[in-house]
Design a protein around this ligand. Structure first.
Ligand code: ZN
Ligand code: ZN
Length: 168
């Protein structure tokens, strides 16, 4: 878990702090499949800006996930650019003004990063935008072997041949 201790940063209103942090990402379960971050630990830019009434936190990084394509089950690599922002009021009187990632004196960057990636995932993870998927009739990968089936029913001529073979 990557947690950033806020005790080492003392800011006055208008002041800003920036740092590069090493962010560890978990494996994502998405649509019943597993997507693995490669690499697992990535550099992220973390920024704290002190305002008059609270503090703004920013986290930006690009996650890269490896896993199966939704359509053809081939390898898919997905780049997920993240620009996340959280706000913590100095004296929050409702939950809208408090970030859930502030735990004690630290901010839980792993959990925040993971949630941000989960929110940014597309509806379907594909190996390429125009992936043709698997053939509904024979199950072959249509990217490797583009084809169509004119008729899903067995050809009567073949059926006749089968019958002959069985008899013989
Ligand atoms: Zn695919
Ligand atoms: Zn087919």
């Amino acid at each position: 878990m990557t947690s950033f201790s806020l005790r080492r940063v003392k800011l006055r209103p208008g002041e800003q702090f920036r740092d590069e942090v090493e962010l560890q990402l978990p494996t994502f379960d998405f649509g019943g499949q597993r997507y693995i971050p490669v690499p697992e630990t990535i550099p992220a830019a973390f920024e704290i800006t002190r305002a008059n009434t609270g503090t703004v936190f920013r986290l930006s990084f690009t996650a890269r996930l490896h896993g199966p394509c939704y359509r053809c089950l081939g390898d898919a690599v997905l780049e997920v650019p993240i620009e996340a922002r959280e706000y913590q009021a100095s004296s929050p009187d409702d939950e809208q003004l408090a970030t859930p990632y502030l735990v004690g004196d630290g901010i839980d960057l792993s959990q925040w990063g993971r949630d941000a990636v989960a929110l940014a995932l597309p509806d379907k993870i594909l190996c390429r935008p125009d992936c043709a998927g698997l053939c509904g009739t024979c199950g072959k990968n249509l990217n490797d072997e583009p084809h169509t089936h004119d008729d899903a029913r067995p050809d009567p001529r073949w059926a006749a041949l089968e019958a002959l073979r069985e008899r013989g």
